[in-house]
Design a protein around this ligand. Structure first.
Ligand SMILES: CC(C)(COP(=O)(O)OP(=O)(O)OC[C@H]1O[C@@H](n2cnc3c(N)ncnc32)[C@H](O)[C@@H]1OP(=O)(O)O)[C@@H](O)C(=O)NCCC(=O)NCCS
Length: 170
């Protein structure tokens, strides 16, 4: 496969329409763009985007619920760019960012039928902790998943020090 140079960076407010386009083609139940704008206004540091040749091809929204609990609200990669490691980079970068901001654990919900996402999260150390019946509007249940993080230590690189910079994924 050709070498991809993916840049994971904090989102700017002006990125929201592009990010929302990725959201539209990735989910059956959507966040309205106004909702994304609202989250951005209240949690401006919580959005990361994946850029490929200057084009936004993925995003993750991960907020601090409490000073020590992070929550991944949404992650998506545009269909043509899937299975190239970009989703993994985004979730890793979000977890690293939450850890740097003080999180000792990160939680999320995922559709029980969403095998790709469940497999991604499992491969990144998330464990299934429960099920929320009829969590989604269409009646589907969600698994809750949690990853516990190590205590912060000075001068200790956490995962991939290149995240939030330029990444090369072959
Ligand atoms: C889930 C999603 C973000 C993964 O993005 P991606 O860039 O394709 O993921 P990656 O290429 O980084 O894959 C990482 C791992 O995820 C798992 N995975 C990803 N796609 C998969 C698929 N179609 N089937 C099975 N496992 C899959 C694998 O474990 C994979 O590791 P591997 O390539 O070593 O086998 C993407 O499929 C997506 O946007 N889906 C729609 C939105 C969504 O469901 N978001 C999650 C909501 S909870």
């Amino acid at each position: 496969m050709a070498t991809l140079t993916v840049n994971i960076r904090k989102a700017r407010y002006g990125d929201i329409p592009a990010l929302h386009r990725v959201e539209r083609v990735s989910f059956t139940e959507h966040y309205p763009m106004s909702f994304m704008e609202e989250i951005y206004m209240t949690h401006p540091n919580s959005f990361l985007v994946a850029e490929l040749d200057g084009v936004i091809v993925g995003y993750v929204i991960a907020v601090l619920r409490t000073p020590s609990v992070g929550h991944i609200l949404s992650v998506a990669v545009a269909p043509p760019y899937r299975r190239r490691g970009i989703g993994r980079m985004l979730v890793e970068a979000a977890v690293e960012d939450l850890w740097k901001r003080g999180a000792s654990k990160v939680q999320l919900e995922v559709r029980v039928s969403n095998r790709p996402a469940r497999s991604l999260y499992r491969s990144l150390g998330f464990k299934t902790t429960g099920i929320i019946p009829a969590y989604y509007r269409d009646g589907e249940s969600a698994y809750t998943m949690v990853r516990h993080l190590p205590p912060p230590r000075k001068n200790l690189a956490y995962t991939h020090p290149n995240y939030l910079g330029n990444n090369t994924n072959t």
